[in-house]
Design a protein around this ligand. Structure first.
Ligand SMILES: Nc1nc(=O)c2c([nH]1)NC[C@@H]1CN(c3ccc(C(=O)N[C@@H](CCC(=O)O)C(=O)O)cc3)C=[N+]21
Length: 282
């Protein structure tokens, strides 16, 4: 079988036209504040892509770039200022933070009503309990891709590779909520090939190039590649080996797959936050 490559980029662009209309229907533009501490080159690419998506959707982007040496106290003060600003709808503190700044303390300082990343314990608790709240953007983007590709997880065997707070754990909960039978594999899982071969849906989010190889994949499986690994050459590759395309039915490319959908969901969360704040029901 040769997999259909599902373009997350095309889906993200299609969502943007509706998002722009909604953003422009509000009494003021929705606003997203991004706090970047230090100068990580990978983070800069991501921030630039976000800024461009904001421009295309009429979302105001507020960039706060602080030097690497910034103290935890100063980062917390910045978050407090953005919490109090009625013109700010979403706050994203770019991770990872420098070692001398406690990331969980900073994330928990964000007003949950502005937590468009969905990383606050309140947002995580809402997901766990099936209550409304902001969902983490990457797994939310994967669920949108499955929906657009008309893949219903109900009754399917899903394998999530990776257990991070940002992708793996929320991804497993969302697939479970969609009635999949979910297995979570991680770096200490000894029988990954065996588990992978049983899966109808594989979400690879381990951050390891070529982790998922063709021989591990069931014929006709859906393979979603969340990996973003930068090779020494500068090329961006996922966690899924290229020859998996010969076994899967649907696959997402890197770049152009989950990455653009992560940003589309961030914009979505920001506009929903603004709609709530500005009194428009959703
Ligand atoms: N608080 C926080 N929230 C995040 O969501 C977050 C973060 N910190 N820190 C860094 C990671 C990484 N991440 C990406 C999102 C989109 C692309 C993306 O758009 N990638 C494009 C192009 C990338 C390229 O060409 O370099 C693609 O895959 O096609 C990449 C990486 C979000 N992260």
């Amino acid at each position: 079988m040769t997999a259909r490559l599902f373009s997350g980029k095309a889906l993200a662009l299609a969502m943007e036209s509706d998002q722009k209309v909604r953003a422009e229907a509000l009494p003021r533009n929705p606003a997203l504040a991004v706090v970047l501490v230090g100068d990580d080159p990978a983070s800069r690419v991501y921030v630039r892509n976000k800024v461009r998506a904001c421009e295309r959707t009429s979302v105001r982007s507020i960039e706060i770039t602080l030097p690497y040496e910034t103290t935890e106290e100063t980062v917390l003060a910045e978050v407090a200022r953005l919490n109090a600003d009625p013109e700010v709808d979403g706050i994203l503190v770019q991770l990872p933070l420098p070692e001398h700044v406690d990331a969980s303390k900073v994330v928990s300082a964000i007003d949950p009503a502005k937590d468009v990343d969905g990383f606050h314990t309140t947002s995580a608790g809402s997901l766990l309990q099936g209550l409304p709240g902001f969902r983490p953007c990457t797994p939310a983007g994967v669920m949108e891709i499955l929906k657009a590709a008309e893949i219903d997880p109900a009754g399917k065997q899903a394998l999530v590779i990776g257990r991070s707070m940002i992708v793996g754990k929320p991804m497993a909960l969302m697939l479970l909520d969609a009635d999949a039978t979910v297995t979570i594999a991680h770096s200490r899982t000894p029988n990954l090939p065996e588990l992978c071969r049983q899966a109808d849906i594989v979400v690879a989010a381990a951050g390891k190039a070529d982790l998922v190889k063709a021989y591990m994949v069931k014929e006709g499986a859906v393979v979603i590649d969340v990996g973003t690994n930068r090779l020494p050459s500068g090329r961006l590759v996922g966690d899924v080996a290229p020859d998996v395309v010969d076994r899967a039915s649907v696959m997402t490319p890197v770049p152009g797959g989950v990455g653009p959908m992560t940003i589309a969901m961030l914009i979505e969360n920001t506009i929903r936050s603004a709609e709530g704040r500005l009194g428009k029901a959703h």
